[in-house]
Each structure stands twice: as C-alpha cells, then as structure tokens.
Design a protein around this ligand. Structure first.
Ligand code: ADP
Length: 479
C-alpha cells in the first residue's frame, strides 16, 4: 500500500525541500533589521526566491530526464539484443521513478526469455546430435518437394552432398521411381506411406514418407532405413535351410533307391548287391561327414570349441595336411609343391584346427584342378593385415594355396565362405563335398584373429590365402 505512494512522495520531496529553503531564506532576509518595512527589499527577496525555485526545478527536471534517457537507452539496447537472439544481461535500475518498475518487469521478462532460449538451444543440440549420428536417413521437404533438410546418413544412402541436396527437388535426389512415387502418393493422399524398396542389387531400403503440417509449415518427413544387412542375413538363412534340405535329400533318396532295388530282387545277385551296398555306404559316409561338419561348425560358432594356441611353425601346419592328401593328388595326377622361405617366424595357432583349414583348402585345390597341373603352397610375412593393433605390432604370416583349376566366377566369389555354398559347376560335376569346408575354415581362421580370402579368375585358377598372427615370444623360430 505504502509502496504505491512511495514514487509520488519521492518526487514531491525535492521541490518541497526547495520551497522550505526559500521560505527559510525569505523569512531570514525579511527579518533582517535594515529590511524592515522596505518594499524594495521585499521585491528583491521574492525575486531571489523565485529564481532559486525556478533554478532548482530546472536542475531537478534535467537530472530526471537524463536518468530516464539513460534507462530508456539501456532498455532499448537490451530489447534489440533479445530480438537478435542474444540473451541480454539484466538492465540496472538507474532511476527511482516509475521507469524503475518498468525496468524490473523488463528484467523479469528477459530472465524468462533467457531460460526459454537455453531450453530451445538444448533441444536443438539434442536434435542435431540425433540427426547427425542416427543410422537412418532423414529428409524434410516443403509442400512442393523442395528439400529443406537432409542428415548425413541420408546423403550417404542417396550418394549426394548436403550442399547440393538442400534446395533441390526431392525427385532429383531420390532418383528411384518407387521412392518418388511413394512421396507423390503421400502428397496426394495426405497420409503416411511406407514401402520396402530395393535399389539395384546392393541396397535394400525401408522408406516412410510422413506428411506434416502445423501453424508455421507444411511438408514431408522422409525416413530411409538401410536394411541391406538384415536382408542379406535373411537370404543366408533361407539359403541355409533350402541347402541343408537339398543336401540331405540327395543321399537319402539314393539310399532309399538302393534299398528298394535290393528289395526288388538285387539281393539275390551277390555282385550287384555288393555294388549297391557300397554305393549306399558312400552316401551314408557323405551324410555322416555333413552331420559331423555341421556339428563342428556350430561348436566353433558358439564358442564351445576353445582354441589351444601355441607357437607353431608353419611347416608343421602344412606338412601333415600335404601328407594326408598326397595319395588323392597322385590319383588325380596333380603335383603338390610346398615352397617356404628358410626362416619364417612361428605363429600362434591351434595346430590341429589350422591343419584342418589347410586340408580343406588343399583338398579343394586338388578337386578343382585338371590332371597334370600343380597346387602350390607358400607363406610370407606381412607387417600387418590391417585388422587390429596386435597384428600391426607383431605382424602376421600369410599362407597361400594356389591352383590352376576351374576358378570361381566373380558372382560366386563373395559367397564361397557361406555355409553350404557350392557353385553350379561344383554341383553339376558331382564333385562331392558338403559346401561346409570353407565356412569351417573361415571360422577357425577368424577365431585365431586372422583373415581368409580368395582371388580367382574363371578358367585360370584360384588362390586362397589366410593369415595367422606371429607368436610374440618366439619371433624367429625355424620353419
Ligand atoms: P565343398 O566341401 O563342397 O568343396 P567348400 O566350402 O570347401 O565346399 O567350397 C565351397 C565352394 O567353393 C565349392 O563348391 C566350389 O564351388 C568353390 N571352391 C572352393 N575351392 C575352390 C577352388 N580351389 N577352385 C574352384 N572353386 C572352389
């Protein structure tokens, strides 16, 4: 209640003081002995009092207007900074007039404004992080399809630069007719559209176009999810099931045929019966090999077959498989050549398992080689196979198995390490095998921290290579 009157009271205080002073001055000068009854003295005193009063009012008015001007300038500067989005510092109250109340209110408004601004900028930061690091592509277009925003994942998926993308037409950017149609349908219907789109043979996208509209803008949000990897896994799983069924069906059908033939009378002819039985035995062997290999693969994959790693010489890893396969190579008239440099470092390996890898590779090389050709094995040291720091520090040994056989087509080459994969040629030649050998080899090599790959030219032959890390202590063991 009192504060309501404090400003007017304060404003009246100075003029009242001036009037009081003048009254005191007037009284003092009029009561002086030589002024008694003198009108000129009275005139002079009144004039002086009026002049003092005017002067003090002028000084007061000037003082007040200077303060107000300064306060107004500060308020205006703060308002301009706020309009530019810069959170301004509170304005100091310079004045004890009504403007002080306005300044207080203005400062309170600034505080609210600054806290809202910081909330918005925090939200913006979070949105920027989300759009920058999300693996899903995101685009925003306006109503007419002009791109307003694109995140890095979208520029990567659509193979364009952000500078080129923003401002361009969505159709130019999406380039694929199904994606463009999806946007057009969303625009025409005003409803969210979702579709899986396959772009070439390399990219599989899940696309969603959502129209949005609020008081300020209308447009479309396009989200592109890269499901290529998931799709590939699905294909591998589907192929796995169809392959395993196929692989089981053939020998089973063969055994059934043998049994039926025997039942139909072949049992009575001992020679024929023996032939059929040995055929059935081969099929049963293939089946049990497949089951064994499948169990081995699943044990390695599930980590139930821990490796026993020891420093091992490369010759120890290759000589045993070579001996095992020598008679097979001889039967096919294929030469086996081992060419190792005189001093090779020992590698960290589970010897029995790496011998299994070498056996699979040499076995394939012989199988797919023509008579009279040769299979060559050699090894060399590399500083790093580029996989991890351990290899960079200690290096690795690359073991190669090269043949001059049928080779592998460019189409099949990326798939040969998949479970049950067999090229059409391998199937039609009936070259045996379960299609699991390379899958097992890959798992074993990877469990050693190594890498396995192949280079091949159809009709010219193939080279399979795998790395093993060099043993840390015995870096210069004899090979
Ligand atoms: P399999 O036991 O049937 O040989 P693998 O997993 O060892 O199965 O090999 C898978 C497929 O890779 C083979 O069927 C064949 O098509 C191809 N392949 C592997 N090694 C060679 C090679 N040295 N030359 C040509 N093709 C090969």
């Amino acid at each position: 209640m009192l504060s309501k009157y404090s400003a007017p009271l304060r404003n009246a205080l100075l003029p009242s003081l001036a009037v009081l002073l003048i009254m005191v001055g007037l009284r003092a000068s009029l009561s002086a002995p030589d002024c008694a009854g003198s009108t000129s003295c009275l005139d002079l005193a009144l004039a002086a009092a009026t002049a003092v009063l005017l002067l003090s009012l002028l000084v007061l008015a000037n003082f007040r207007s200077r303060h107000r001007r300064r306060t107004m300038t500060l308020l205006s500067a703060a308002a301009k900074r706020a309009a530019d989005g810069v959170p301004p510092a509170p304005v100091l109250v310079q004045d004890r007039s009504e403007l002080s109340e306005l300044t207080h209110d203005f400062n309170r408004m600034l505080e609210g404004f600054a806290s809202k601004l910081s909330d918005i900028s925090e939200e913006n930061k979070q949105l920027a992080v989300l759009s920058e690091y999300t693996t899903d592509g995101a685009l925003i277009t306006d109503e007419l399809g002009s791109v307003q925003f694109i995140n890095p994942a979208a520029t990567q998926l659509l193979n364009c630069s952000p500078a080129r993308a923003v401002g361009s037409q969505v159709a130019e950017l999406l380039r694929h007719h199904q994606l463009i149609e999806l946007w057009q349908t969303a625009r025409a219907s005003g409803r969210r559209q979702v579709q899986a789109v396959e772009i070439g043979s390399t990219l599989f996208l899940h696309a969603a176009v959502t129209p949005f509209s609020d008081a300020e803008a209308k447009g479309f949000l396009i989200i592109l999810q890269d499901l290529t990897h998931v799709r590939r896994l699905e294909t591998v799983r589907r192929d796995f099931i169809s392959n395993i069924s196929h692989e089981l069906r053939t020998p089973l059908a063969s055994v059934r045929a043998v049994i039926e033939t025997l039942q139909d009378g072949a049992l009575e002819e001992p020679d024929v019966a023996r032939r059929f039985l040995s055929h059935a035995e081969r099929e049963v062997d293939t089946l049990s090999q497949m089951v064994q290999e499948l169990m081995e693969l699943s044990r390695i994959e599930s980590g139930q077959a821990p490796l026993t790693l020891n420093p091992t010489t490369v010759s120890e890893l290759l000589l045993i498989p070579l001996d095992r396969l020598r008679s097979q190579a001889k039967r096919k008239k294929v030469d086996l050549i081992l060419d190792l440099p005189p001093a090779l470092p020992a590698v960290m390996a589970d010897a029995a398992r790496v011998q299994q890898v070498a056996t699979n590779l040499i076995h394939n090389a012989i199988k797919f080689s023509p008579a009279g050709s040769s299979v060559k094995l050699w090894a060399h040291v590399v500083q790093s196979d580029g996989r991890d720091d351990a290899d960079k520090e200690h290096g690795a040994v690359v073991i190669s198995v090269k043949d001059n056989g049928v080779g592998i087509s460019a189409e099949d080459l990326p798939r040969i390490f998949e479970r049950f994969f067999k090229s059409d040629r391998a199937r039609t030649r009936g070259s045996g095998g379960t299609g699991l050998g390379l899958a097992i080899a890959r798992h074993i090599v990877q469990a050693h921290g190594g890498r396995i790959w192949a280079v091949s030219k159809e009709g010219k032959g193939s080279t399979f290579m795998f790395t093993l890390p060099i043993a840390r202590q015995t870096t210069r063991a004899a090979s």
